[in-house]
Design a protein. Sequence first.
Length: 277
Amino acid sequence: MAVSMLARNEKMVRPAVEIPGQMPEAQHIIIETKNLSVFYGEKAAIQNVSLAFPEHQVTALIGPSGCGKSTFLRSLNRMNDEIAGCRMSGGIFYKGADITLPGADVFEIRKHIGMVFQRPNPFAKSVFENVAFGPKHHGVKKKAWLEEIVEESLKKAALWDEVKDRLHTSALALSGGQQQRLCIARALAMNPDVLLLDEPASALDPVSTGKIEELILELKKDYTVAIVTHNLQQAARISDKTAFFFMGALIEAGDTAKIFTKPENQKTRDYLSGFFG
């Protein structure tokens, strides 16, 4: 292989599609939904959500518990497919291709759209094997390539200096914050374009939370990040865009500074003021 295994693929980007009320700036959009609805049985968890994610920006999804924001996030790389009775309508477009169509390879989709969950979930394997797991599964066998991927991914996750001398010890021996950064490194090892984070700091102490936030701000240089958070201060600190969900609907989306200072919708104002949620 003539170039580094982790060399970024040249991104295929296209001008943003203007969706009424949704982030109208002319920006490169790498992933977007159009009239997306997700159903659990007959119940609609989210309804007709159209939202675009600008490249190399952090988009925060906020709203009260049960509003559909995590369901929406998981739909972006088809994780909801794993839930019995779940179905979707509408479209999810990654680099212009609708990944909801029959025949779409969900394993390939998840290579490009990685996900990190609320609680750290490292495998009961070594630190090295956790990060190398995905590349190995997708055919990378040469030890030198795997070592390069592991080191680069751990560096990008701001974890290398803390674990470089114990790569072959159990990942379960790491602290909670280290385990979460390891899970981020595991996602980065697949060289994704998009990183989905479902409340990645909610189970962590304030110091570990601060490290995760600093990491997210660094990661957006190379990745497009979508994060679900209940922490409004966190959304205000780290996101470029914010989308407010309520009762399965997208109420308002736009620049974070505008959403937090001059929201247009009364429901958004009420939520940010603490009247509900």
